[in-house]
Structures are given as C-alpha cells and as structure tokens.
Design a protein around this ligand. Structure first.
Ligand code: C2E
Ligand code: MG
Ligand code: MG
Ligand code: MG
Length: 279
C-alpha cells in the first residue's frame, strides 16, 4: 500500500492517521451507545475457601453485545479510560454490584470492585461511590475496592482523599496483581489494607519452579504479618492447589473453582449452595 503513494509520503501518512482516528471515534460512539443501551454488564467470579464454598466474588466488566457476543475488558477499558467514560462506567459497575448484594444479601460475604487509576484521580470519585452505596442501604464492608500498586507510586492528594473517604465510610481495600507493579512495599505500613490478590503469573509457575514456590511462601508470610487475606489468582490444577494449601493459602479465585459468569447464574449457584448446606 505504501508503494502506491511513493510520490507523496506525507499525504499517505496523514491519511493513515486520519483512518485510525476515525476508527477510534467509531469505537467510542459504539461504546457510548453500549453504555446507553445497558450492554456493559458485570460478570461475577466466585472466590472460594478450601472447602469450595463461595465466600465472595469479584465483579468483572463485560460488553455483552446484542448478538450475544461478549467483549472482554482488555479490549475496551483503555479506550474508556482515555476518553473519561470510565467515570460513568465505573459508577454503573458499582450500581450493578450494589443491586446484586441487595438481592442476595445473606448469601454473599463481599464483592470486589476494580477501580482504575483514572477513577481514583477523579476528585468526586469517593463521594459518588458513597452516594451509590448509601442509596442501596447495603453494608459498606461488603464492597471491596480493588486497585493495582502502580496507583500508589504517584499518590497525590486527590487519590489519598478518595481512599480515605472510602475507608472511613467502611469499604475494604484490596491490592490487585500484588507483586507485579513498580511500587515499593512501604504502602503496607501506610494503608490499612484488607487483602491482596497474587498475580496469576506467580501461580502458573508452580509447582515446577521452586523459586516461585518460595516467593508465594514469602508473600503469604507478609500477608499473615499484616493480617491480610491473601488470594492467589489463576489456580489451574490440583497440584497447584495442593502446594498453595500447604503454604497456608485458604482463599482462591480462578477458573478451577469457577469462571466469571452472568449475575443470574451466580445467584443460582448461591441459592443452590445455601439449599444444600441447610439440608
Ligand atoms: P483483574 O482484576 O486482575 O482480574 C482477574 C482476571 O483474571 C479476569 O480477567 C479473570 O477472568 C481472569 N482469571 C481469573 N481466574 C483465571 C484463571 O484461572 N485462568 C485465567 N487464564 N484467567 C483467570 P478479565 O475479566 O478479562 O479482566 C481483566 C482485567 O480487566 C482485570 O484484571 C481488571 O484489571 C480489568 N477490569 C475488569 N473489570 C473491570 C472494571 O469493572 N473496572 C476496571 N477499572 N477494570 C476492570
Ligand atoms: Mg481485580
Ligand atoms: Mg489480578
Ligand atoms: Mg489486573
């Protein structure tokens, strides 16, 4: 294609950029419509204890198109972070989480909600979140705000205020993808965290890689010292589960225990499990 425009590279180049911008604009329009039409929905992935009992869940965003196809967050989160739509979308995620808790209050311990750095840097973020949780009259301790370590590198005053307000209101805090960011561990002494999630990349290397086993032991000990729940992500087989259990891990979130699923399916699992344990 480049050969066709060999006489005028500049025109070709700007046409290319133009094309990309048009594609991005089309994508943004599509996403705006998707939000408007309620096509952005949370899926819930179970978090289980060693007895495979569901104790909580993580809310994971999906774009469920009219034709039934499901678009993963990696394909659109970046776009909505860059154009600011993540603020509205993030509030919608929390609303859907609150509605789910309202409908299934007694059978669900907590739901983890991912928040992007863009949200935490938005001055009204915590106030808006508190309004939404209050409006649903649910226990704020059931809402776990989950973010990655990288936000803590540039902890400006807005981020600090948002985190403090959410904490004072009663929400819990979780560090996602623990150990993969560029942050120092000093935040452990500064933030009253409730839990950490250990990135899949560590878990996937066990049991073969003995250094990863040692690292998972060290992380477990840190978590225990700081009184944090530690949740490994991405357990894929019995052997991995065995090694993690031997280290001391008691909570798990992965395909082995259950994939992220539509809220109706998750509610059904909760109902069936509670029926089972009662009888
Ligand atoms: P994350 O918060 O670290 O979520 C865990 C991801 O690992 C999810 O991918 C989940 O489906 C996947 N996962 C869990 N167990 C397994 C396993 O055993 N094997 C494999 N291969 N994967 C597993 P997902 O749903 O595609 O989400 C990707 C990322 O998108 C999330 O990573 C999170 O950073 C972001 N995200 C998702 N929902 C939201 C949201 O509502 N708001 C924001 N800001 N970000 C979100
Ligand atoms: Mg997460
Ligand atoms: Mg993670
Ligand atoms: Mg992540």
């Amino acid at each position: 294609a480049r050969a066709k425009t060999s006489t005028d590279g500049v025109v070709y180049y700007s046409a290319l950029i133009d094309n990309e911008l048009q594609e991005l604009a089309a994508r943004e329009r599509e996403l705006k419509e998707a939000v408007y039409n309620g096509e952005l929905k949370i899926f819930l992935q179970p978090i289980c204890n060693s007895y495979s009992e569901v104790v909580g869940a993580e809310a994971l965003l999906r774009w469920v198109k009219k034709d039934g196809s499901v678009v993963p967050p990696m394909d659109f989160i970046r776009v909505i972070e860059e154009n600011g739509m993540i603020i509205t979308v993030g509030e919608e995620v929390l609303r859907q989480v609150c509605e789910f808790i309202l409908d299934n209050d007694t059978s669900i311990g907590f739901i983890d909600v991912n928040v992007s750095p863009v949200q935490l840097r938005y001055p009204n973020m915590a106030d808006r979140f508190i309004d939404i949780i209050s409006a649903h009259k649910i226990d704020p301790r059931k809402i776990v705000i989950e973010f990655t370590e990288n936000i803590l590198i540039e902890m400006n005053q807005i981020v600090k205020d948002n985190i403090e307000k959410l904490l004072n209101f009663g929400c819990q805090l979780c560090i996602d993808d623990f150990g993969t960011g560029y942050s120092s561990l000093s935040y452990l002494t500064l933030l009253p965290l409730n839990k950490i999630k250990i990135d899949r990349s560590f878990v996937s290397r066990i049991p073969e890689d003995s250094r990863s086993v040692k690292l998972l032991e060290a992380i477990f000990n840190i978590a225990r010292s700081f009184n944090l729940d530690a949740i490994p992500e991405g357990v894929e087989n019995e052997k991995q589960l065995e090694v993690l259990s031997m280290i001391g891990y008691r909570l798990f979130q992965d395909y082995y225990f259950g994939k992220p699923m539509p809220v109706e399916d998750f509610a059904k699992i909760l109902r069936e499990r509670s029926k089972f344990t009662k009888s």
